[in-house]
Design a protein around this ligand. Sequence first.
Ligand SMILES: [Fe+2]
Length: 336
Amino acid sequence: MNTTLSRRSFLRQSFAFSALAGLGSLPSLAKVHSKGDNAHHWFMVGDWGAENPTAQKSVADAMAAYVREHSLKPDALLMLGDNWYGDLPGGVDDTRWKTQFEDMYPKSVFDCTAYAIPGNHDYQRMPLTVSKLDAELAYAKRGNTRWTMPSRWYSFEFPQHKPLATVIALDSNVYHPMHEGEKVNFTLTPEDQAEQLNWLKAELAKPRTTPYLIVMAHHPVYSNGPHGDHKTLIAEWDPLLREHKAHLYLAGHDHDMQHLEFENHPTSFSLSGGGGADLYTLKIEEDKRGPYAAKVHGFSHLQIAEDKLTMLHLDETGRIIHGFTKTPAGEMKILS
Ligand SMILES: [Fe+2]
């Protein structure tokens, strides 16, 4: 049984709270790694490809303004799934690729690889003649784009030279039987699911030479949002996160921003699902299980350095709303 900790108890316990108080408010912390200490900067959005892109544009503009304001050089974008809501009638040729990806997160600001993973909406055929997932895989294969999805699940080391992080990108659309009358099952097949799990175990069994292990997938293992905790991922993946001491599990799916910690669990669960789709009301408030959960549009900024990871959640105005650090040894501190 997991023991959960509230934000208040974290703040009471956290050395960082007093140690960082002298540094000023959270916004000043964004610059901690931008002063020439060779940190790498990742930016992530989940649940972003909304049919009405109003909120998506606000978040994307805030992310670009934040990058410019702090003179950051983004090293990666993470597109955390539910990349396309609604119809993608042109498939790989649809105009939404330009308006809602290439131009929305412009290369002039984000001149970096955009690592993408499939969400549940990406498995839909909309219209029925078009597999959005096939379009995403095909778009990556075309080249001349930052969009990167070599397969439904994949791994990479980052950066290429002297890598600091081993990253495992997973397809969390695990199998559930079709409802009666449905012609298409919008998930992995049981065979694919088993194949991915075997691949994941094999990847994790390789000797890791990097200080950080980061796992990313669309569905959260644990969530305070309406989708809740995921029984299958808890059964199949969570023991592996524990065994291999994953530092971060990055997800979306619930349309909010979260950071959950569990006592004696080595993994910090960071959820960034506020990229553009309509927001969800939380099922569990952060004072019951946390340290952080908020119904807000936004994005996340992960700074990767040799001494620590720094994760910041920001809202659609570019305001830092939550942050924490994690060392290679697994020590987590809340920033406040
Ligand atoms: Fe989703």
